[in-house]
Ligand binder design. Structure first.
Ligand SMILES: [Zn+2]
Length: 307
């Protein structure tokens, strides 16, 4: 049991035709729920931290809590920086003990993205840390950045990008998006793009961001108990299952955790307005997140019994 990189995890996932769930963490209850869910399903797991979460909880708290999770569950965990905005942000995470960083240069022009990603790869590899890069743009809101239109990843460019930067995995845009508002019409993923990249780069792990299901049950539950969340369609489980049987080795699902947590905290207060013990509402949230994570492992990722 240790803090590990994603290298071995991805190799096994690629060969086993499943994907590994990457769940965003920012407090103890979420960490416990995710790792206990992974342990119950005997599945590998990636815990990831956005810059916003890093600011909120602090790198030291997060790392120490993840170490506690490893000691408590006895499973290997990868600790990943989600959407690192600069070399400095990646360095900070690496120095804090993260085993994997994402450098997101997707909003730069192509050559600049190549140049900056290469810098991060050189630094990270010198410290034994792996790098996820991104090419193409997802629509939606990530932390405070709002991108209105998505730009699909160009397969030929992706191949060139991977070869020139030496990145360890690549997040691509094939129709998923960040946040709770994904598809207004029918959900659609461009599997042709994934297939072309997979054929040109056999064995190379692909990452999907913005892959929450946006379960209407949680939206309804939030709103039943005083919330005002207008949901749209998320990404259906069968599409993600197909992607994870292909080259996709890591799938990010943050919105679903947020919705499950909020819905269940609201329900505790709705059912019992006199409640003021944080353990009661945070405990309910923790239970619901674990159930959600186990469902994702079974229905979306296919990573049960692969530890
Ligand atoms: Zn993302």
């Amino acid at each position: 049991m240790a803090l590990v990189t994603t290298k071995e995890m991805f190799k096994k996932a690629y060969e086993g035709h499943y994907a590994i769930g990457a769940f965003n963490i920012n407090n103890m209850e979420i960490i416990q729920a995710v790792v206990n869910g992974a342990k119950a399903q005997k599945s590998p797991v990636i815990l990831q931290v956005s810059s916003g979460a890093m600011k909120y909880a602090g790198a030291t708290y997060l790392r120490k809590m993840v170490e506690a999770a490893i000691e408590d569950t006895g499973i290997d965990i990868a600790l990943h920086l989600d959407h690192g905005a600069s070399l400095d942000a990646c360095k900070e995470a690496i120095n804090a003990g993260f085993t994997s960083v994402m450098f997101d240069g997707s909003h730069y022009d192509y050559e600049e993205n190549v140049r900056l990603t290469k810098e991060v790869v050189e630094y990270a590899h010198s410290k034994g840390v792996v790098v996820e890069a991104e090419l193409g743009q997802l629509a939606g809101i990530e932390d405070d950045v709002n991108v209105e239109h998505s730009t699909y990843t160009e397969p030929k460019q992706a191949i060139d990008f991977v070869q020139r930067t030496g990145c360890d995995s690549l997040a691509i845009a094939i129709g998923t998006s960040h946040g709770a508002f994904k598809f207004t019409g029918e959900a659609k993923l461009e599997f042709g793009i994934l297939e072309e990249i997979q054929n040109a780069l056999p064995g190379f792990p692909i990452v999907l961001h913005g892959a929450s299901a946006v379960d209407p049950r949680y939206i309804a539950m939030c709103n039943e108990y005083g919330g005002q969340i207008s949901g749209a369609k998320g990404v259906p489980a069968d599409m993600l299952r197909k992607a994870s049987s292909m080259a996709v080795c890591k799938i990010n699902m943050d919105t679903d955790i947020r919705l499950a947590m909020t819905a269940n905290v609201r329900k505790v207060f709705g059912d019992n307005p006199k409640e003021f013990d944080p353990r009661k509402y945070l405990g309910a949230a923790r239970t619901s997140i674990q159930a959600l994570v186990e469902d994702k492992i079974k229905d979306v990722l296919g990573s049960t019994n692969s530890l």
